[in-house]
Design a protein around this ligand. Structure first.
Ligand code: ADP
Length: 497
């Protein structure tokens, strides 16, 4: 494979050989000198060589984070100063929108229009929202029933936090993890996914430029089984925050038990999206397309089980296949692209494997199911795919595919669909399409999911809590709910007698 001609972006980032990691305020190569390749999924070519972190690099980063937590300028900063650093970072992200969006698209494959209009501004917004919390993390005074005691609580940071993120929204995932941890006064070691390390590292440069003290944020690119596992097992890490697959989440939870690290997990999903016959069909069909095909279906909340009332089944199916076939599948940097490539050859193989399994188990492909040819044949593309003739028990209706594949499931009534929708090990998200307000609230209450969208889908906001029921994880991100995940409560008793 050849290294791709450097695209026209202003950053010297892609010229670095290799792209370095951030430890204790210094940009360094890995202790082993090893590097790994990150690919451009639109072309299948090497995009950059990146320093490959392993346990020795993790040891150094944890030591730097510990030092920054215990001494030096960080613990002495006032909440207002911490907030201002986060605001400054948000401004720098905005000022570098074009470059960050291009890096995100090159590394992940997602369409540039979404990277620029969604990922980057939402990342800046996340830091800005949590900047405001720095001055509002309050303890309480407790009216204990023991005379002469003055009792109050302090909310203190946890310490050194290890954060492991996936490849589907690399920059946004970094902000979901970093912003609340930092506003609460923790220090961090962030491990981006091996498929998409670039924007987290460019964000690291902006973190240094914003003026965060050395060691407060350390960024170690590398593989899960090496760098990730070393971080999870490290005895001087106080907490692990993880977003990724349920399978890896379980492994992490097991290892964290050994040192009783605190752990929060945002894991997989197989989210039901339910269309009732009284919905506004134009919006429901458009919503169902967005629910599954946004970000190539590489979204943990993807509406991958589409329940359609039998009376409108044919109408919805024809609207869906028409919408899916109209979507432009193309290279990420093309501004007219609606759906980019999958992130990697491995992910393409996984999605292709599920499509084969679906066919073998007797489901029928209505549209898609194959790779586009022509001038994009080298990239990891898969056409938007719709399965019909699906049974709830089939593999494609139960397992997370994490790609542009939706299964259509007809239903007859409200109780039936709620029961079937809840029959999953997952409980991350769900969608409901109806114009009947009573039905909307009843079904929202019945669904076992951490978020329910009514007449909309895939909405996220820094102020609104997000996280899973069941095997979709535990803990919440965003909103004030996440502050509990990055602070611990100290109760102080003062005898006034
Ligand atoms: P996917 O299968 O979609 O790539 P993963 O759950 O494997 O999702 O990956 C999410 C993140 O978890 C990535 O940063 C990856 O490197 C990391 N990871 C994978 N395996 C482990 C592990 N055993 N310990 C710690 N981190 C891991």
């Amino acid at each position: 494979m050849t290294t791709q001609a450097t695209p026209d972006i202003k950053s010297p980032f892609l010229q670095q050989q290799p792209v370095k990691m951030l430890i204790g305020g210094q940009w360094v190569e890995s202790a082993s000198g090893k590097t790994f390749e990150t690919m451009n999924p639109s072309t299948g070519e090497v995009l950059a060589h990146v320093a490959e972190g392993d346990s020795e690099d993790v040891n150094r980063a944890v030591a730097a984070a510990r030092k920054a937590f215990e001494s030096g300028p960080w613990p002495k900063l006032t909440p207002s100063q911490r907030g201002r650093l986060l605001l400054k970072l948000a401004d720098l992200i905005e000022q570098n929108t074009e470059e960050l969006a291009q890096l995100e698209t090159l590394d992940n494959g997602k369409p540039i229009k979404y990277a620029k209009g969604g990922d980057v501004p939402l990342t800046a917004d996340h830091f800005r929202y949590f900047a405001g919390w720095a001055t509002k993390i309050e303890g309480e005074t407790i009216p204990v029933s023991i005379p002469n005691m003055f009792t109050y609580t302090l909310r203190e940071p946890l310490g050194v936090v290890g954060q492991i993120i996936p490849w589907n929204f690399p920059l946004q995932m970094a902000s979901w993890k970093l912003a609340p941890a930092l506003t609460c006064g923790n220090t961090v070691i962030l491990k981006p996914a091996e498929q998409t390390p670039l924007t987290a590292l460019r964000l690291g440069e902006l973190i240094c430029e914003a003026g965060f003290p050395a060691g407060v944020v350390n960024i170690i690119p590398g593989f899960g089984e090496t760098a990730g596992a070393a971080l999870v097992a490290h005895p001087d890490v106080d907490k692990i925050a993880f977003t990724g697959s349920t399978e890896v989440g379980k492994k992490i939870a097991r290892v964290c038990t050994d040192t009783l690290k605190k752990v929060t997990l945002e894991l997989g999903g197989k989210s039901p999206n339910i269309i009732f016959p009284d919905a506004d069909m134009k919006f429901a069909i458009r919503g169902a397309l967005n629910a599954i095909y946004f970000n190539q279906g590489e979204v943990c909340t993807a509406g991958s089980r589409l329940f359609i009332h039998s009376s409108v089944y044919d109408q919805v199916m024809s609207g869906l296949s028409e919408g899916a076939s109209r979507m432009k599948v193309g290279v990420g940097l093309d501004p007219t692209t609606d759906m980019g490539p999958l992130v990697s050859q491995e992910q393409l193989n996984r999605v292709t494997g599920y499509i084969e399994t679906g066919k073998n188990e007797g489901a029928r492909i209505i549209t898609g199911g194959e790779r586009p040819g022509g001038d994009i044949a080298q990239g990891y593309f898969m056409r938007p795919t719709i399965f019909d003739g699906v049974q709830d028990e089939m593999t494609i209706a139960r397992e997370e595919i994490f790609g542009p594949v939706v299964v259509a499931l007809p239903f007859e009534d409200v109780e039936e669909v709620a029961t079937r929708a809840n029959k999953s090990i997952y409980g991350l998200a769900a969608g409901v399409w109806t114009n009947d307000v009573k039905k909307a609230h009843k079904v929202a209450a019945a669904l076992k999911a951490g978020v329910v969208w009514v007449n909309t889908y895939n909405q996220f906001d820094a102020a609104a809590p997000f996280g899973g029921y069941k095997q979709s994880g535990y803990g919440r991100e965003m909103g004030h709910a996440v502050l509990d995940a990055y602070t611990q409560t100290k109760t102080v008793w003062v005898n006034l007698r």
